[in-house]
Design a binder for this molecule. Sequence first.
Ligand code: DO4
Ligand code: MG
Length: 273
Amino acid sequence: MKKTYLIDNGRVYLIKDALSFLINDKHEKEIIAEVKVNTDEFLNKESKEKIITPFDPPEVWGSGISYFVSRQRYTDPNVARIGDKSIYEAVYDAERPEIFFKGTSRCVVGHNGIIKVRSDSVWTLPEPELAVILDHAGHILAYTIFDDVSARDIEAQNPLYLPESKIYDGSSAFGPYIVTPEEFGDPYSKNIKMRIHRNGNIFFDGNTSTSQMKTRIEKQIKYLLIDNSIPDGTILTTGTSIIPRNDQGLLKGDVVEITIDNLGTLITTVDKS
Ligand code: DO4
Ligand code: MG
């Protein structure tokens, strides 16, 4: 049985069916337990649960190049171009955002789970992102942390390879909690931090703020929903602006730690197929 820590109205609840709980207006009977700590205390201590996958998302979608930093996603001069711009610069400047399919629950792991580097990739990066959990009408039910793990070398070879870069076993992680909009507050004032630990040392340390997000979440949702019927519980992850270098790709055994204000810390370990 899935167990979800939901943070709402200053309280932490352990519930058994997060989706129906949120969609059916938070019926009390779904609550397994109310955790007797304040939310700050809860978010600041590392969860000892082995794996918490908040729920099985029926679909996951991503938005890309939503921050200035990701406009220059590759420094390689051979990156595909449209006119005088790279495809990434062109998306950043365009009215239409990049919205891509990121898979189903099959590809997603939870807190303390194992994310993967594809066997045919030598440069895979984590992408620490703020994500929204949507109902079928595009209303935001909750926020969470998402790792849009991407095989950047495969994506860089040819933009038509994007699905192979983005969708495979262990290509996503989210959690450890889901937090209601009322509890989360302003989505455009949150710090995002990522650390990669290798052999017990901090190998990468970066941070950003959602205040830097150019393509706002409302616009991402609007484009996701154009003639596209999403199911309740769809996750939309809103883009990265922390990008490790070409020589900082993930290796087997790395530990990736992503923290977002009011959402806690998502920790995963890397394996290579
Ligand atoms: O096409 C590239 C994907 C972009 C992305 O995932 C991001 O900006 O976070
Ligand atoms: Mg991304």
